[in-house]
Design a protein. Structure first.
Length: 224
């Protein structure tokens, strides 16, 4: 796969807690320069990113219930509504991992559905946090996400002790079928890994190493 094709699938990401306004501006400018799909920033930077990227074609993505997924559905829905009002085009939400692990799939589904209802007209990606789940649990989240009307399932937050793997992307692609998006995130730091994730079925890549990937290098930074 060509570098431009990879670039068009990248969510250029900066979710570190100490990110500055200047760093967000640089992130946005890099996304425009290299033709990335989106930038992914924390909610407090959505307004800035939307203004910086206006008219560029690069989408603004933000996160909800991040990174633990343990806030209530009402809080997640309110957070999503606020992000949309601020200019977010895409929302990446973390599932209620504890509900899933407790066998309460109804609560896990209702949590996704609440954010889906709050984000109609925008792209919704559902973060599984695959490092914490069994394969059977991953399949259950994929089924719930499909039923709730989400647009993507996503591997990881980058903060949960593990990132994307080819095996997880393949499993998620098989679970959701050919029409739903799969976003691989966490640990994608070079073009070879990016291409492997796409070959496995990923249609979007979450990474803070987008520039290094398109330049043919590698980032050794942690997290995303």
């Amino acid at each position: 796969m060509s570098i431009p094709d990879i670039a068009r699938r990248i969510d250029h990401t900066m979710l570190k807690p100490d990110a500055t306004r200047d760093e967000i501006s640089k992130l946005c400018d890099e996304a425009k320069r290299f033709g990335f799909a989106a930038v992914c920033v924390n909610p407090s930077y959505v307004v800035q990113a939307a203004r910086r990227l206006g008219g560029s074609g690069v989408k603004v993505c933000t996160v909800v219930g991040f990174p633990l997924g343990s806030t209530t559905s009402a809080v997640k829905a309110a957070e999503a509504c606020g992000a949309v009002a601020d200019g977010a085009d895409e929302i990446d939400m973390v599932i209620n991992i504890g509900a899933l692990k407790s066998g309460d799939d109804a609560l896990m589904y209702d949590d996704i559905k609440a954010v889906r209802e709050a984000t109609r007209g925008r792209v919704l990606k559902v973060i599984l946090e695959t490092a914490l789940l069994s394969n059977e649990e991953k399949v259950r989240v994929c089924a719930a996400s499909t039923k709730a009307g989400a647009d993507f399932v996503k591997t990881s937050t980058g903060f949960g002790g593990g990132g994307a793997t080819v095996a997880d992307v393949q499993l998620m692609r098989a679970a959701v079928g050919p029409s739903m998006g799969v976003k691989a995130s966490g640990g994608i730091r070079d073009a070879k890994t990016a291409a492997e994730m796409i070959a496995a079925g990923a249609t979007r890549l979450g990474t803070s190493a987008g520039v290094e990937i398109v330049a043919g290098g590698r980032s050794d930074a942690g997290g995303y």
